[in-house]
Design a protein around this ligand. Sequence first.
Ligand code: DMJ
Length: 686
Amino acid sequence: MYSAAAAAASPPRRDFISVTLSPEEAVGAGGYNNSKAWRRRSCWRKWKQLSRLQRSVILFLFAFLAVCGVISYTALGEPWKSLTNKSLDDQRTKPEVPRLKLANPAVLPAPRKADANLGDYPELPPQKQPKMPHVRRGPPNLQIKAPWRDVRLKTQHDTSKVLEEPVQSDKEEKTEKSVISWRGAVIEPDQSTEPPSSKIKEPEKPSSMEAESQKEPGKCLEPGAVFPFAVPINERQMAVIEAFRHAWKGYKDFAWGHDELKPLSKSYSEWFGLGLTLIDALDTMWILGLKEEFEEARKWVADDLVFDKNVDVNLFESTIRILGGLLSTYHLSGDSLFLEKAKDIGNRLMPAFNTPSKVPYSDVNIGRGTAHPPRWTSDSTVAEVTSIQLEFRELSRLTGDEKFQKAADDVMKHVHTLSGKNDGLVPMFINTNSGQFTHLGVYTLGARADSYYEYLLKQWIQGGKKENELLEDYVRAIEGVKKHLLQRSQPKKLTFVGELAHGHFSAKMDHLVCFLPGTLALGAHNGLTADHMKLAEALIETCHQMYVQVETGLSPEIVHFNLHAQKGHKDVEIKPADRHNLLRPETVESLFYMYRFTGEKKYQDWGWEILQNFNKYTRVPTGGYTSINNVQNPSNPEPRDKMESFFLGETLKYMFLLFSDDIDLINLDKYVFNTEAHPLPIWMPA
Ligand code: DMJ
């Protein structure tokens, strides 16, 4: 959802007037004289020497600072009240938690979504992995024994581009320390929020639909049960399983229990310190039928996953990856361990909603129960606060505790009423104090806004298509996209979704926008008009072209489309800062929906090409796949040494489902995928 490259693009122009005092002026012509009267006269003389413009600017600056001071004093009033002696003591005495390194706030005043992981965050220096007893080195075991499906993988011919020398591990940075703070003020949890240990009601019995689905093949099976695929898996699915096992081998060997694998330096990086890749991958292993791997991972969750940690997590990222991953794994496996863990993290995330507006803060300390926005702003990202609802609503349904759903639904109801939209399109930021949109006038379907649109439709589907406001907002927004953001490129006349900034159209499209064809197709499948499907077909062709028009056959993070035909120019142009590929899933995700709903084989073929190219340019022989820096250079794609958790959580899962001809393998009339590809059940009418 977040693109640091996008955020870093076009830093604001900084105008300033410099006032230079020469050394002579500074000490006075007659040498140094420190008397008060002299200093007063000297200052006055310097002031008089300034031009009228310089004096006006200085006076204006003073006036501006004074006004800012008054405003922030007012705005900070509430949080400052919560600054207690105890929390200050904590600040002084307790060890502080590592925090994300801040981008230069003066240049990038907005909150960052950390998922881009573009090297801005402190990473632990590569460490020698303690040898885990269960770590299996050597060739992966390619055979899965009964009672699970017997997957005998032909060893895929490794066409990998050899990613020869391990790159230098990222610059080692000392982690910046901080206590949970908002501009220096410690924010205490609202007393009304239940502490993590609060008693939660017994899980609800599975809904009638779940009960029904448990009788069916491939649905909500008991752990350890055979996963009976109605349709035998095919060669392409086997290739996905092989890719998954290769990625998993790297994770197991070098990053077990840590957030992300660094496959080249054979180490890992921590973001939240919660085994992110492992949790994100749980339901993929279940769906792919990798029982052995699943059981090992389950054991880690049971024995080692602890949320009682003094660590800041991003509300959105931990909701979609951790809470979403645990909930879907609970549904697929029926194993209550995952529901217990889901309740635990869900409770620990709740302090984020304790804001004046109820629009949640971006960050929560899950050990302390405190929450805060980024240090340099009280804004949250619109996509982040509106893309946590599927998970919190499902948690309420399962636990019978409505507080999760209420907090999440309140945000949507509030956003529904807000002004500042443009034909249903929303700005990218929202203020947690006022609850109003900020940075008005900029509209994108990419970073910081994308999954707002996705979750409007998906919540409506999850809730049984009854919540009309969600549908209205979704349909209006798609009309807004058509009216303001659609254009056609040259020479191929590809339909693409650009961006609008204060009335100016930009032909820029993030790869993230490639979720949209899939979402449009899902809407059409659920009864929305046929023109949504037509648009989906046009846009998935465009996303496909974002791969095939590039030298490696892999899409960059961002493209710019040519609006005018120029000899020798393709539709897609790539700026040097945008030519990385993070193994993102969005195009494969949309290909999956398109194939499910149309049955057109070309979508499978397009996905197959992408898998081949991931194998060719991003596969690391010793295990794992890596993000790359340059999709335009097949002879050196410049590996980045990072395997994002969504490669296992999303990309490979959608690949496997795309190549399947079994519509009951996560039936889209029974499950809705969260934005991290974790399937959650659609609620049946009571
Ligand atoms: C994932 O974390 C989610 O799909 C999110 O919605 C967008 N960013 C990444 C994948 O690109």
